[in-house]
Design a binder for this molecule. Structure first.
Ligand SMILES: [Zn+2]
Length: 246
């Protein structure tokens, strides 16, 4: 069977001397793990087209449950990300998170658009890294069915004022119903979370927040990722190590 679609390489392993096993986040078929064999067997600019963070059009063949990339037309390699170790490490976390959340054998167009927009903003310094990270985390969680319910307090339904976020329950709680594991959500941060979890992909980044609010948002989104997925991410730990020394 042959498949053609656009996609982004989110993981790569070198296998032997000239082969690579890559994971592609594809628009039409979700995550596909595929071999990219030696340069001669693939048409087009394969070497650039099948490295981590390459976006392009791909053709795959499938035989006995093994996919191979037969064509790779590279459209963007996010070149400026590759020369900045901190940005690159954040981009690698975005890829690892996407690999944990995106579906297989299903439409993943929104995942791909969120990833491409976020990587482009990161590459061009259009928005602060903390905002990009929080938006991507909340957007991917929401797409994958882990959307936090921040419409109001989960106990009494109160909708306004500062609240807390329970990352394990994935809910907001008012000042009267806070528990020990809640993270603070000021009114502005709460509004930003409501925006991100309700906005269409093209409007995800259209909000402003004070630096303090952005810190809260970043802490809340990261806590949600870890609590909802019940795991940590090596690439995230590495990013924190690097960004702390900046
Ligand atoms: Zn309440």
């Amino acid at each position: 069977m042959n498949l053609s679609t656009s996609g982004l390489i989110i993981r790569e392993f070198h296998v032997g001397e000239s082969d690579r096993l890559v994971t592609v986040l594809t628009r039409d078929f979700g995550l596909i793990r595929a071999f990219a064999s030696g340069a001669r067997s693939i048409k087009g600019k394969k070497q650039a087209g099948t490295q981590l963070l390459s976006y392009g059009n791909f053709a795959f063949t499938e035989r006995k449950d093994t996919y191979r990339i037969t064509e790779a037309e590279c459209l963007d390699v996010f070149f400026a990300l590759r020369s900045d170790l901190v940005k690159l490490s954040l981009a690698q976390y975005f890829c690892e998170l996407c690999g944990a959340l995106a579906p297989e054998q299903d439409d993943a167009a929104d995942y791909l658009r969120v990833m491409l927009n976020t990587l482009k903003f990161l590459e061009t310094d259009r928005l602060p890294a903390l905002q990009l990270k929080a938006v991507l985390e909340l957007a991917l969680l929401s797409l994958a069915g882990y959307m936090p319910d921040v419409s109001g307090c989960a106990v009494c339904g109160a909708k306004s004022g500062p609240m807390g976020l329970d990352p394990v329950g994935g809910v907001a709680l008012c000042q009267n119903h806070l528990t020990g594991r809640c993270l603070p959500l000021s009114a502005g941060t709460l509004q930003a979370m409501r925006h991100i979890t309700g906005a269409p992909v093209e409007r995800l980044f259209s909000f402003t927040l004070s630096p303090a609010g952005m810190q809260e948002l970043g802490a809340a989104s990261e806590a949600l990722v870890k609590a909802q997925l019940e795991r940590s991410f090596k690439t995230l730990d590495f990013y924190h190590t690097l960004s702390a020394t900046e």
